[in-house]
Design a protein around this ligand. Structure first.
Ligand code: FES
Length: 619
């Protein structure tokens, strides 16, 4: 038997080799080819479709039957994660991974804080030594710095003598708190930069800030390349724990793309990587664990223990990030296993740390949604598993909010569709799903229970009836016929999709209700609602209230916050005061574990139906 097989991969025309019986998804990942693999190779998402054009594989029948039609199987389609290589192969990737960067331009928002970063530069003209003054070089330098400045990094010492003398004793000392980080010849005080990173599960954002002015000078976003190991953090943890070198691979993949971002930001600003002395990092707890290469085993098992939760400061070289090697990386604190520093960052940016009379609510909508409620004296936070409906996953025609995603509908005939990028439709994004379901509810085509109503209730929309399909266990509405869209299949709203959305919105509303009960406030007491995260930017508050995703408040008090987590990371970079607010706010936060609250289940069941303020139809 051959020791390796030749695999030709289309449409890349790439040739790679694979050992016999290797998992085919691993072959693709190792060759750097990205395929959709939401479940990280467990065989449950059905996304990693490839077509075998020639050659033999051994396939696991159970998962194939579940996710592929008979005609798929007949035409050679397999799930890459469920087949092993048995011969030379020629394959075609069915679905290339989509770029997850939204088409909206990146917003360079400015921090409105007085710049007082942790890292500082100080220009010094040292007095040269003489027979009368034989003070050692380091002592001579430290004497010019604040009294308690100390050296804890050996790397400063080997070149210190040369650096001091290189420009006739004119130097710039770089410090962080009471630590001397570095010495640079001449006056370089005007070149001091930092990067704020928001490590999102799907998108990585990096903002370059001039630490002298506190201004954001460049912003870049990239897809999180860990997507190929699973679209959600639990699938990635699974990959990290089950695959050989899994933790290392996840960390390495992430650090590589973060370095790409660093290099590109430096290039765009025409500075050297060495001019960057500080990085602040926020992310959900799993993402920061994977960034640091920490074992997530106990993080994903009850009672969900993280390796760390405090703010951590490392030398950049210890993390693999390519800024000045003596610079520092500040990993901001987490609140709990499912409430990361990204939420803390969003809360800081929305000033939840300020004791004030107003009652504020912050909701970060996602697969794992976080909710925070603050009153004068208390800040409560919880996390609720809403599922991936808002990301377009587990929805038959779901997709992310990218070009081609249907984001709204008018129920004319044929329905008027609003599509991101005004292109041909390719699927329905999360906010589109909310809008479509809200419109169907309004029109009486869906009942409060979440079922499509009987055809007798469609009187106002007779022309739409021929788009409704009912049969056996499946009921669905054709939003866009295959001949009018960019994919080779109908774009549909399935009964099951409505159920997914119902469960997602119920998990969020029940979480909000539990927090409100805990502090004893009503919806009418809420003064402000912040919608964090990218989904929060797209969602129409009125439609979200209509389907019961958001509480029945005045829509005018609802404010999308953009990338509030990233803003928090920027604040921490620019201002020491803001940095330490992370620690003080974390101490004040009361984390409410919904799984331990029996009332969560009661509330969930109560809010599972859609609100009945729109329609009076019954099944
Ligand atoms: Fe293969 Fe999900 S089914 S990655």
């Amino acid at each position: 038997m051959s020791n390796s097989f030749k695999i030709t991969i289309h449409p890349y025309n790439r040739e790679v080799t694979a050992s016999p019986k290797t998992d085919f998804l691993d072959v693709l990942l190792q060759s750097g080819i990205k395929v959709e693999s939401d479940c990280g190779g467990k065989g449950t998402c059905g996304k990693c479709r490839v077509k075998i054009l020639s050659g033999k594989v051994k396939a696991n029948p159970a998962h194939h039957k579940k996710h592929l039609s008979k005609s798929d199987i007949k035409s050679g389609v397999v799930l890459a994660c469920q087949v092993k290589v048995l011969s030379n192969l020629e394959v075609k990737i069915e679905k290339l991974i989509e770029s997850v960067i939204p088409k909206k331009s990146l917003n360079i928002s400015q921090v409105s804080l007085k710049p007082e970063p942790l890292v500082k530069k100080l220009y010094i003209k040292l007095k040269p030594p003489s027979p009368e003054d034989t003070t050692p070089d380091l002592d001579r330098l430290l004497a010019c710095l604040p009294v308690n400045t100390e050296v804890s990094d050996y790397n400063i010492l080997p070149n210190l003598t040369e650096k001091i003398r290189q420009e006739d004793f004119k130097i710039t000392a770089v410090t962080s708190g009471n630590r001397l980080l570095s010495v640079e010849p001449l006056d370089t005080t005007n070149q001091l930069y930092g990067i704020a990173f928001d490590l999102g599960t799907t998108t990585l954002m990096g903002a370059l800030l001039d630490l002298n002015t506190g201004k954001t000078v460049q912003v870049l976003a990239r897809d999180n390349p860990q997507m190929v190991f699973g679209s959600d953090v639990i699938s990635r943890a699974d990959y990290a724990l089950k695959k050989k070198d899994g933790i290392f691979k996840l960390k390495q993949t992430l650090v590589k793309v973060l370095n790409d971002i660093i290099n590109k930001l430096a290039l765009l600003q025409n500075i050297k990587n060495d001019d960057i002395y500080e990085i602040t990092v926020v992310g959900n707890t799993m993402m920061t664990h994977l960034f640091l290469g920490l074992n997530p085993y106990y993080l994903v098992r009850s009672p969900f223990i993280s390796v760390h939760s405090k703010m951590l400061i490392f030398y950049a070289r210890e993390t693999g990030l390519e800024i000045n090697s003596t610079g520092q990386v500040v990993v901001l604190p987490n609140v709990a296993a499912f409430v990361g520093s990204d939420i803390l960052g969003a809360l800081i940016a929305c000033e939840f740390d300020r004791p004030e009379e107003r009652t504020k609510l912050l909701i970060d909508l996602g697969t794992n949604s976080e909710i925070a409620l603050s009153t004068k004296n208390r800040v409560l936070v919880c996390s609720t598993a809403a599922g991936p409906a808002f990301e377009g996953a587990h929805i038959k025609s779901g997709m992310r909010a990218l070009e081609g995603a249907i984001e709204n509908i008018e129920l004319n005939y044929p329905p008027n569709l609003k599509v991101i990028g005004n292109s041909k439709p390719r699927g329905i994004c999360g906010s589109g799903l909310v809008n479509i379901v809200a419109k169907f509810l309004d029109a009486g085509l869906i009942s409060v229970s979440g079922r499509f109503t009987e055809i007798s209730h469609w009187k106002g929309y007779p022309a739409l009836i021929n788009r409704f399909r009912k049969g056996g266990k499946t009921e669905y509405f054709i939003i866009s016929h295959r001949e009018h869209n960019a994919i080779d299949e109908n774009i549909v709203l399935m009964q099951k999709d409505i159920r997914e959305l119902q469960m997602a919105k119920a998990a969020i509303r029940a979480g909000i209700s539990v927090l409100m009960k805990e502090v004893g406030v009503n919806y009418g007491d809420i003064d402000k609602v912040f919608l964090a995260g990218s989904f929060g930017n797209y969602i129409d508050p009125i439609m979200a209230i209509k389907i019961g995703l958001l509480p029945p408040v005045n829509p005018e008090i609802i404010q999308p916050t953009g990338n509030a987590a990233g803003e928090g990371a920027k604040w921490a970079l620019v201002s020491r005061k803001a940095l330490f607010k992370f620690t003080s706010l974390k101490k004040r936060i009361e984390y409410i574990e919904l799984a331990r609250k029996p009332e969560f289940r009661e509330e969930y069941l109560k809010v599972l139906p859609f609100p009945d303020n729109n329609i009076s139809w019954e099944d």
